[in-house]
Design a binder for this molecule. Sequence first.
Ligand code: NDP
Length: 288
Amino acid sequence: MTFKLAVFGNPIEHSLSPLIHQHFASQYGQDITYERILVEHTFAQKADEFFSSGGFGCNITVPCKLNALDYATELTPRAKIAQAVNTLKFNGFVNQKPQFLGDNTDGAGFFQDLKRLNCPLKGSNILILGAGGATRGILPNLMDYRTKVKSITVANRTTAKIRKIFENLQEQVDTGAFLELKASNYESLEPDMHFDVIINATSLSMNNELPKIPPELYSHAQFVYDLYYTKDGSTIFTNKARSLNVEHCYDGLGMLVGQAAQSYELWTGVLPDTENTINYIRSVLQQQ
Ligand code: NDP
């Protein structure tokens, strides 16, 4: 069977998804086609065209994730929590109407990457910087009681945004009785605070800027992760952490490949190992 796949978005020409999925397929001896589809007007029209011509599954990126949420006829639990869909799968017909399962693999992809990197999660105090869409996506897995995290502090310029995210997720995620959730602004982060893991989920690295946190916080951390990714795996944030002797510092390429792996599993039933593909995509980026 050939899986006909695609990624929808705007812009889309620089999407790495075709390369990532082709690499997964070649590793597992599977046959896929994977194209980039630019959505200039309505997502639903482009998606109808794709699925009526044999499309089996697709990824959806900015700015179409909410359109894909509407397009899906059924949602996975994690898509319901995220209220955004980045993966669709054709699910046969009911009363001659095509059915589409909508999923959101961002959080699971991030979590898969933390596990790959042996991030210390059990009993740890985690600091997440930023409270945008990415933070919303990565929080559910971290908050789940089975992850055994001790505390999660989210820092943002506006704490109201964080409280809203916490309230919403606490209704949907089983956090257990012991997880401490804290909302902070940057000014309230004190040098003597201790976080084992610091995750930069702001968009600051994109502009080569650092979040305003006391340098001591890096020094206390064991593990630092920037969701932003670069050709060589280092960002301004991971460079800062490394200069302050944090041993384990990573960029977000593994998350990108991780979310793709989770989509690939939904379509084909195979969850790819991401290590080889991360190395391959890094080498492609370095040649660009
Ligand atoms: P959003 O635009 O939804 O959120 C941006 C966040 O950055 C907000 O919390 C915002 O704070 C904060 N921010 C922006 N400018 C500043 C500033 N000057 N000072 C302090 N905080 C600031 O973006 P996303 O959540 O979608 O993405 C965040 C990052 O994660 C990006 O770098 C993106 O590339 C990366 N990402 C990586 C993925 C991967 O697969 N590796 C997947 C998704 C995202 P405020 O709320 O106060 O405005």
